[in-house]
Structures are given as structure tokens and as C-alpha cells.
Design a protein around this ligand. Structure first.
Ligand code: GLV
Length: 328
């Protein structure tokens, strides 16, 4: 089928240049209001479209996948993470799934680094003090935080984003440690002077800051639970720019309130957009509204990647960012 006839349903509003190009290339149904689709609307889109372009906010589980029409050939996710999609059942039904890796690496790593800087140095508390007009003048012992230089950063998930966080943290004098399913190449390890920990438990016990940069999969769901939080040093901080589900959010709130760890910087949450109320209003917890990849450049490039994936697929080639369940 020529690409111009391909019915492409896009579930959320995308950057204007991306929508314009989609309209030029495909029979694109856009979501101008940006209201998220209901389950029924998603099911309907999956029965009428050749290509669905969902985002992290659309849960496409096995039940929904079972309702997909024969016409649906491609799910071209606008986003790197695909934990909202039951990829195994898509593949079983002969539906290809693609994502948009690479173009949001630096943006997400920047937000992780911003949190790594901001939380130990109490920036969030400082802003609140200024906004409340409570700055009474410099004192030698006031607002003391923790120095980054010389501290150990433990990265969980040393993929593209984890490595980009490591490069940034090195520029701030931090020592890089990581846990991953397997060690990265010795070339990367040497260039980052990174230490691999096979045992996550052992790594957690030694780190000053822990940064979560792994995908959310059944294997990483609640990887950081009450037991593991209990292994961390009381002066350690945890940063999450990956997926909320990797941390047991209730256990994290309890650990912070009990002083078992020193604080957290979170851009993602277990039940977005809901945030565990026990995490709100704490001076040592900095919360951001899932904005890791939110740059004009990044979001536009994500859209370009979606288009390239659809176009190559329509032309009968294997799309560049095909997601293979085995590598999740
Ligand atoms: O969180 C956003 C993404 O996975 O792209």
C-alpha cells in the first residue's frame, strides 16, 4: 500500500512540524485536543488503523491487543520506553512494534544530572526559602548539603542513558559504579573508569547516589524495594528518571520519612500522574512531572523517528527501531 493511503492514528498531540509532515505523508488522524484516548477509543483505533502511534500514557495490554483488527500492522511508539505495550502479544499477532531510542538520551541524562546536582545541594529547599521571602543572610552553617566531587554514583542500567549520565557525573568528579544485566564493553568501561557490580545489593550498600536508568520490565518491577532501600547508606540519595515502577514508591516514602536514606529526586512515578502523597512536601524530595525527554529538539526528533519507522515499514523494509521482545 502506498504510504499516502496508510491510515495512521496518533493518540496524542505531537510537535507541529511532526504533525505537518505526518499529514503530508500519510492518511494521518491526529489528536488536536490532546485528550488521552479512553480504552474504548484505543480499541476502536486499533480496529481501524494500519498504524497506531501511541505514547507512554496509552496502556496497550494483552486484552486490548486481542481486540486489534487484522489491518493493524505497526505500533510506532512515540517514546523510548515500551513498557506500556504488551510487545510479546503484538509480535505473536504479527504486529511490529518500534520506538524512538537515541534522540532523547542527552535530554534525559541532563535531567538526571540536574537532580543529582540539585538534591544533595538542597536547591529545592533554597528556592522555597527565596520564594517565601525567608532569606535572612549568609551564615557559616546554614543550608549545608553534600559535595558531589569524590562521591560514588551507582548507575542501575548502563544503556545509552546510563552512559550519558556517567559521562556528565565524571565531569563533576564523581566515581562511576554500575549494575547491569551484563558488563558493558571494556572500551566503554575504561573510558568511564566505571566499576561493574554483579551484585546490586552489594553496590547499593556502598553508593552515595543511585541513579535508575534501566527500562521497566517484569524483571525490574520494584527492583528497588524496602529490603534494598534498607541496604543503602542513610546519607545516600536516589534519583529516578527511568520509570516509576522500578521503585516501590510506598517503600521509598517510608524509607525517606524514617531517615533510612537522605533524599530523592524523581521525574517518574509508579501510578502517573498520581504521586504517593507521602512523597509530597518533603524538603529532601525533589519531584518533577515526567519531563526527562521534554525538549523541543528531542520531541521533534522523536516524531521524526516515528515517521522514519512508519515510512520504512510502508516501503517494505525492516524499520530501524524495531523492538524485539527478547532484548527487553
Ligand atoms: O519517558 C519517555 C519515553 O520513554 O520516551
Amino acid at each position: 500500500m502506498p504510504a499516502s493511503k496508510l491510515k495512521v492514528v496518533v493518540t496524542r498531540k505531537l510537535p507541529a512540524p511532526v504533525e505537518l509532515r505526518m499529514k503530508e505523508l500519510f492518511d494521518a488522524r491526529l489528536n488536536e485536543s490532546d485528550r488521552p484516548f479512553s480504552v474504548e477509543e484505543l480499541a476502536q483505533a486499533m480496529q481501524t488503523a494500519d498504524v497506531l502511534v501511541p505514547t507512554v500514557t496509552d496502556k496497550i495490554d494483552g486484552r486490548l491487543m486481542a481486540r486489534a483488527g487484522d489491518q493493524l500492522r505497526l505500533i510506532a511508539q512515540f517514546g523510548a520506553g515500551v513498557d506500556n505495550i504488551d510487545v510479546a502479544s503484538a509480535v505473536q499477532r504479527g504486529i511490529t512494534v518500534t520506538n524512538t531510542p537515541g534522540v532523547l538520551t542527552d535530554d534525559t541524562a541532563d535531567v538526571a544530572m540536574a537532580l543529582i546536582l540539585a538534591v544533595p545541594r538542597r536547591m529545592h529547599e533554597g528556592v522555597q526559602i527565596m520564594e517565601a521571602g525567608k532569606f535572612d543572610g549568609w551564615t557559616p552553617t546554614w543550608m549545608m548539603g553534600r559535595r558531589l566531587s569524590g562521591k560514588r554514583l551507582g548507575i542501575i542500567g548502563m544503556g545509552r542513558i546510563g552512559q550519558a549520565v556517567a559521562r556528565r557525573a565524571r565531569a563533576f568528579g564523581m566515581q562511576i559504579h554500575y549494575h547491569n544485566r551484563k558488563p558493558v564493553s571494556s572500551r566503554i568501561e575504561e573510558s568511564l573508569e566505571a566499576t561493574y557490580w554483579d551484585s546490586l545489593d552489594q553496590m547499593l550498600a556502598r553508593m552515595d547516589i543511585v541513579s535508575i536508568n534501566c527500562p521497566h520490565t517484569p524483571a525490574t518491577f520494584h527492583l528497588i524495594n524496602a529490603r534494598r532501600l534498607g541496604l543503602m547508606k542513610p546519607e545516600a540519595y536516589i534519583i529516578n528518571t527511568a520509570r516509576g515502577e522500578v521503585i516501590d514508591e510506598a517503600a521509598l516514602a517510608r524509607a525517606i520519612r524514617a531517615g533510612k536514606i537522605a533524599g530523592a529526586g524523581l521525574d517518574v512515578f509508579e501510578r502517573e500522574p498520581a504521586v504517593n502523597p507521602e512523597l509530597i512536601g518533603l524538603p529532601n524530595v525533589l519531584l518533577l512531572p515526567h519531563m526527562g525527554s521534554a525538549t523541543i529538539e528531542g520531541r521533534t526528533e522523536m516524531g521524526e523517528k516515528v515517521i522514519i519507522n512508519i515510512k520504512t515499514f510502508a516501503d517494505g523494509h525492516r524499520p530501524p527501531d524495531r523492538v524485539i521482545p527478547a532484548i527487553l
